[in-house]
Design a protein around this ligand. Structure first.
Ligand SMILES: Nc1ncnc2c1ncn2[C@@H]1O[C@H](COP(=O)(O)OP(=O)(O)OP(=O)(O)O)[C@@H](O)[C@H]1O
Ligand SMILES: [Mg+2]
Length: 502
């Protein structure tokens, strides 16, 4: 198969940080090429160079065998090289249609041709299964749908090279499936697809070739995916940093003896119906459900982001939270969301400030002076615990790789020592090594007596780390799985089981 796009000797440093150290890659027509590596390995940096978003310090790009230089993503789009970036690049105050054509608006004379935009966009949106009006403001869409808009933007250009940087991280399983069908059709039409992902099973099942980066260098180059398995990928990605086992077994549930989190007949109109549950101190309680089933609403009601119309919530220590997120945070409730841009971090602030943000109050409580030095030392300890890769504590969070940004969110909530920690897909975008670290931290928090609620779209994660898993359908708890009944298969089945809802 013919090489469409290639990089030769690509190098890039940011200040003192060497993100890419001379990389050679080649992407072929009609092949899906996986680009793997742990958090901070350089994947997004390579993607940004291929797509014209940043210039390399050294090295060349060859498109169809000819040297090219993309001065911007718009220039790459003109050559039909398009990208779905990891941290979405959308304009929230514009509607879906304007976002889909943000690179170049179709015009008739001086006028933007909305009709032409509509007729080009509609089949793409339908193919992606995005059932919203093209006139909807992007700000009004949930994260998963925003990700689909970004994908639509890359697809309307009928790319020769389509680059996807963790495109499925916010998608539901059915949406992921639909995207893979689209990728399959593009591959048949001869598109070169570059696919960055931490979901290694997907990579093995769906990709043709694999390149692995480690510390900015290629350690596996365009290998045939058919000859690879999970352990060979993990070894290539992590080298001797590979974890012994991922994620590992769990002890029996702590006994329910009161003093934990209790919900009694909680109702949120249109979202939750008669939800009662108890989670003991030290318990990791999984919350499973399909999109719209109410499983994330359960987290939000405990976090104070939704107010129940009736029923009661009791926090550890018998506290009844006042309404609102601030009151919940004060009462010791933390929320970690996969949507780090939305709620987790202040992107332009340094790492250390993000980490100590919630706990400034807690530190004064412990009688310490809040000197910047002290706060920084405290932040440094936590950043090291969760393994944030950064050049300094003063680096702005948006300079970190995506997975390292997510680790900062974790460190921030560890700092706050919450008595209830709510997690909504917290390992989104986190590599397989760091995931094992995060699971270990969750176990430590459990040993320290925190109540943890984990909502996840990954049945393996739920079965692997949780003591019990509750399943929510149509706003009701329809199953509780624990002990030997708690398997990934059982979770998947219960989540999709229609009969139990009634
Ligand atoms: N704008 C920037 N300023 C400073 N350093 C940066 C910037 N962008 C990336 N880096 C650094 O370059 C290195 C590679 O980052 P990159 O985003 O390419 O990693 P990645 O492989 O995509 O990781 P992830 O899986 O977490 O998304 C990291 O050490 C990161 O901190
Ligand atoms: Mg990245």
């Amino acid at each position: 198969m013919t090489v469409v796009l290639a990089g030769r000797g690509l190098a890039k440093s940011y200040g003192g940080v060497r993100a890419l150290a001379g990389v050679d890659v080649a992407f072929r027509e009609g092949a899906v090429h996986a680009l793997l590596g742990e958090n901070g390995a350089g994947k997004s940096t390579l993607v940004k160079i291929l797509a014209g978003a940043v210039p390399p310090d050294r090295g060349d790009l060859l498109l169809g065998g000819r040297a090219v230089r993309f001065g911007s993503t718009a220039e790459a789009v003109m050559q039909r090289v398009t990208v779905v970036s990891q941290e979405l690049n959308l304009f929230p105050d514009l509607d879906v249609l304007a976002n889909v054509f943000a690179h170049r608006l179709p015009r008739r004379g001086p006028v933007v041709d909305r009709a032409a935009m509509r007729s080009r966009a509609e089949p793409v949106l339908a193919e992606l299964g995005l059932r919203v009006s093209p006139d909807t403001l992007v700000a009004a869409l949930p994260l998963g749908e925003r990700q689909l808009v970004e994908i639509a933007r890359a697809l309307v250009e009928q790319p020769r090279v389509l680059i996807l940087d963790e495109p499925t991280s916010a998608l539901q399983p059915a949406e992921v499936e639909r995207l893979h069908e689209i990728i399959g059709r593009l591959r048949e039409r001869g598109t070169a697809v570059v696919y960055v992902s931490h979901v290694l099973e997907d990579v093995l099942a769906r990709c043709d070739e694999v390149t692995v980066l480690r510390d900015g260098a290629v350690v596996m180059s365009g290998a045939d995916a058919a000859g690879l398995d999970l352990s060979s990928l993990v070894t290539a990605m992590l080298g001797d940093r590979a974890p012994a086992s991922v994620p590992g077994g769990v002890a029996a549930s702590p006994p329910l003896g009161g003093g934990g989190l209790r919900l009694v007949s909680v109702e949120v109109p249109g979202r939750l119906r008669e939800v009662s549950l108890e989670a003991a101190p030290g318990e990791i309680l999984g919350v499973a459900g399909l999109v719209g089933s109410g499983h994330t609403d359960l987290l939000r009601v405990v976090a104070g982001a939704l107010t129940p119309s009736s029923g009661r919530i009791e926090l550890p220590g018998g506290l009844r939270p006042a309404p609102g997120v601030r009151a919940a945070v004060k009462a010791g409730v933390g929320l970690i969301s996969g949507d780090r841009r939305g709620v987790g971090i202040t992107a332009d602030k340094p790492v250390w400030e993000n980490i100590v943000q919630v706990d400034a109050v807690g530190l004064t409580r412990h009688g310490a002076w809040l000197t910047a030095t002290r706060l920084r030392e405290f932040a440094r300890g936590l950043a090291e615990r969760v393994g944030v890769r950064m050049s300094s504590l003063d680096q702005a969070v948006d300079q970190l790789s995506g997975g390292n940004q997510q680790k900062v969110v974790f460190a921030k909530w560890l700092a706050a020592r919450p008595s209830v920690l709510l997690m909504d897909d917290p390992t989104r975008g986190i590599d397989i090594g760091a995931k094992a670290e995060i699971y270990a931290l969750m176990r430590e928090l459990a040993e320290a007596g925190a109540v943890q609620l984990l909502a996840s779209s990954d049945p393996k994660e739920l079965a692997g780390i949780c003591h019990r898993v509750i399943v929510i359908r149509k706003g009701r708890i329809t199953a509780v799985l624990d002990g030997t009944d708690l398997t990934p298969h059982a979770v998947l089945e219960a989540v999709n089981d229609d009969d139990r809802a009634l």
